[in-house]
Design a protein around this ligand. Structure first.
Ligand code: T1G
Length: 696
């Protein structure tokens, strides 16, 4: 008997408890234990009915994802659930925490389900590129109706217990003493001779045939490029079209197709990577962390205001400073407006707005930072300005306060050198809009202490960010790779491609938008001023004006001026090709003596993507990112890399590093340029037939 699941009798009811912390995942030992304890309960003459529940924090939260891709081990989860559904004793599922995936499917194999108010249920398999593969696509439509099932299964989101009760998934909300309440509930059912209720005997019906086609049409936009959501619809349709057993078979076929798909492998990789990224190699779990009870923000502009909101959302008081009262007032009104618009959408209450605004202390005086535990500056991207800010913070802030910079392009080590406490200085590179984008590049300076790294990484989670620890270089991880892609995209247009052709290739790959639509969104003036700084600093790659620069010099900054690479109608953000831009590009080619040529979509894809893979490989060689998964997560959370491709380096592994190495060598031979010089790590892994995720 496995101790992963225990059996006891309470007040005439057999109680089966899963004990497999932290989430009671349904690994082989648990499945075996569930089967054995069911047999024990059925054989127990004094057990009038059975209750199944999870020990610790939650009802089982799903199959054990770590088992996926390995040879299946008996008993299978569908068989275990079938045994519960065939039990000749009534079974009640007692739910707390999150009954997810296979966990909810176990509960659906029971006759009745009770839950505490704070519990949630869901089938998040679609987020792993899968579908509920243990009967969920067949039982949920029968129990909660087709529409509810389609929404839950293709969305993968959690449903709170009260709503789940309204949907018919939960039969009763019970008090905090869950097991005792469930035992009493079971006894009551027995005393009332309540019937067994195997869901497989229920009918699933759709209002009309068009339900599924209409639902699929609604998926086209938000699930663009994904495979799993569309397989989910097919599985639910089978619940309506086929008898239960055949529907199960169809579910299993579709599940296996997804399990074997590159997309699911990618999404399962991301599931673990987005958790692993928070564990910085060399920074042990027991590294002391400083308590962050209050935060200072220097600058109340777009970034400063957005940064402040992250802390306010987490209930952390913020002192925010500006140079002039007018700028301070403007900054606060923008924060309030942001919260009010969120409240209008029903995501927070007006009471939340007031509470969060009540945590802000505006000031014009650096001295007000004297007691804060951490300060983040979000001032103008100029080293002189940063020097002034950090020298002042160093003088004003208490010993042990962490001094952070939101710089996206400047040298964090140089900034740290302006203080007498470089070990307390770190980069915290937020992505705009800072209160929305989940990625936070935490830039570790040469002298940053382990304690500060551990504190900032922990704080990232606390404010709902995905923090990635990166090293100091120009552009850190994300922007350094992005700049290479941008340069290739610009060059491809020089050579004959149109901006819209390049954008379409990258959009069709799965990004939310192409490089030039993205430039118009961010503002061409931003890139132009960065290149201007580089030109002034004598950077050889920045000496010539690009056609993008020439657009910026004409005041075409993008969406904010309704004209950039594309044209924008008033109030419409749809990019429209502009003949004026095509003419400027043709003139630019003539000025450079370029005869335009046909450029294939494949070449566009390879040059834009492989240049990033090569740069990512160099980033790993230099230790700017510790692992390939760090680079993957930066690109998924910072730039919308399609999650079903797993991130830049995971996708490269799926393409095959030999293929990529050969193309990088070819581009280096054809065009030269540092960006195409093959990374030694890429060469080595390719020669060994390995991937970036094999590298230790
Ligand atoms: N399998 C294996 N490990 C898991 C796991 C799982 N299902 N869920 C979590 N972990 C690990 C996680 O990697 C981390 O490990 C630790 O547990 C804590 O997780 C047949 C096929 C339940 C809401 O997709 O959504 O059932 O980093 O940090 O924030 O149809 O975990 O400590 O080493 O996320 O409190 C469906 C996935 C599976 C649920 C808790 N179920 N998990 O959040 O903790 S497929 C899921 C979650 C399936 C069936 C199909 C969350 C959580 P480490 P955590 P948390």
């Amino acid at each position: 008997m496995s101790d992963a699941v225990t059996y006891e009798r309470r007040d005439g009811i057999g109680v089966i408890t899963v004990n497999n912390p932290p989430v009671n995942a349904l690994g082989q030992a648990v499945r075996q234990g569930l089967k054995e304890c069911l047999d024990q309960g059925l054989a127990d003459g004094e057990a009038r009915a059975l209750v199944v529940t999870g020990g610790g924090n939650t009802f089982p939260a799903g199959a054990d994802i770590r088992e996926f891709g390995k040879p299946p081990q008996e008993p299978s989860l569908p068989d275990v659930i079938d045994a519960y559904e065939s039990s000749d004793k009534l079974v009640v599922a007692a739910i707390h925490g999150t009954a997810l995936g296979g966990g909810l499917e176990v509960a659906l194999g029971c006759d009745y389900r009770v839950a505490v108010e704070s519990a949630a249920v869901g089938v998040p398999e679609v987020k792993l590129g899968l579908l509920p593969g243990a009967g969920g696509t067949q039982r949920l439509p029968r129990l909660a109706g087709v529409q509810n099932a389609l929404e839950m299964i293709t969305g993968g989101n959690q449903v709170k217990a009260p709503k789940a009760r309204d949907m018919g998934i939960i039969d009763a909300i019970v008090g905090a003493d869950l097991v005792d309440e469930a035992v009493a509930y079971a006894n009551k059912l027995v005393s009332e001779a309540a019937p067994r209720r195997p869901i497989r005997d229920m009918e699933a019906s759709a209002e009309s045939d068009s339900v599924f086609d209409d639902f699929e049409k609604g998926l086209q936009k938000k699930a663009r490029g994904f495979l799993a959501p569309f397989h989910c619809v097919k599985a639910v349709r089978a619940a309506v079209d086929l008898p239960f057993r055949e529907g199960l078979k169809r579910e299993r076929e579709l599940f296996q197709e997804l399990m074997d798909s590159p997309q699911s492998k990618a999404q399962r990789h991301v599931f673990f990577a987005e958790r692993e990224v928070g564990k910085v190699p060399g920074i042990g779990k027991d590294t002391p962390k400083r308590e962050i009870k209050s935060v200072g923000v220097v600058g109340a502009g777009t970034m400063g205001g957005g940064i402040a909101m992250n802390f306010l959302n987490a209930g952390i008081p913020v002192i925010i400073k500006e140079v002039k009262q007018e700028a301070l007032d403007k900054g606060l009104s923008v924060i309030r407006k942001n919260y009010e618009s969120t409240a209008k959408k029903g995501r927070i209450s007006m009471d939340d707005v007031d509470k969060r605004m009540g945590l802000i202390m505006p000031t014009l005086d650096y001295d007000d930072f004297k007691d804060v535990d951490l300060v983040i500056e979000a001032v103008f991207e100029s080293m002189d300005v940063k020097q002034d800010v950090f020298e002042t913070l160093d003088r004003v802030c208490k010993p042990g306060a962490i001094l952070a910079t939101n710089t996206s392009t400047l040298d964090v080590n140089r900034i740290a050198s302006f203080t007498g406490r470089p070990e307390d200085v770190m980069g915290m590179h937020f992505f705009s809009p800072a209160n929305v984008m989940k990625l936070l590049e935490n830039v570790r300076g040469d002298k940053t202490s382990d304690e500060v790294v551990a504190t900032v990484m922990d704080l990232s989670k606390r404010i709902g960010k995905v923090g990635v620890c990166v090293g100091v270089c120009d552009g850190f991880v994300g922007n350094r790779m992005l700049h290479k892609r941008q340069a290739e995209a610009v060059a491809l247009v020089d050579e004959g491609a149109s901006p819209e052709q390049v954008d379409k290739v990258i959009y069709d790959f799965g990004f939310p938008m192409g490089p030039f639509a993205m430039s118009d969104l961010a503002g061409l003036d931003i890139g132009y001023s960065i290149r201007l700084e580089r030109r002034k600093a004598g950077d050889p790659d920045a000496q010539e004006l690009t056609w993008l620069d020439k657009l910026a010099e004409k005041g075409r900054y993008g969406q904010k001026t309704q004209a950039g690479v594309y044209r924008y109608e008033e109030g419409d953000r749809t990019p429209k090709p502009d003949p004026e831009v095509a003419e400027l590009i043709e003139q630019h080619r003539r000025d450079k003596g370029i005869t335009p040529r046909e450029v294939s979509d494949q070449e566009i894809l390879e040059r834009c993507m492989y240049v990033m893979v090569n740069e990512g490989s160099k980033i790993l060689e230099e230790g700017i990112a510790a692992r390939a998964l760090d680079v993957d997560i930066v690109w998924i959370y910072g730039y919308g890399f399609p999650v079903y491709r797993g991130g830049t380096m995971f996708w490269a592994d799926q393409v095959g590093l030999g293929e990529i190495r050969d193309r990088v060598r070819q581009f280096y031979q054809d065009q030269g340029g540092e960006q195409w010089k093959p990374s030694p790590l890429l060469e080595q892994l390719a020669s060994e037939g390995k991937g970036f995720h094999d590298a230790k």
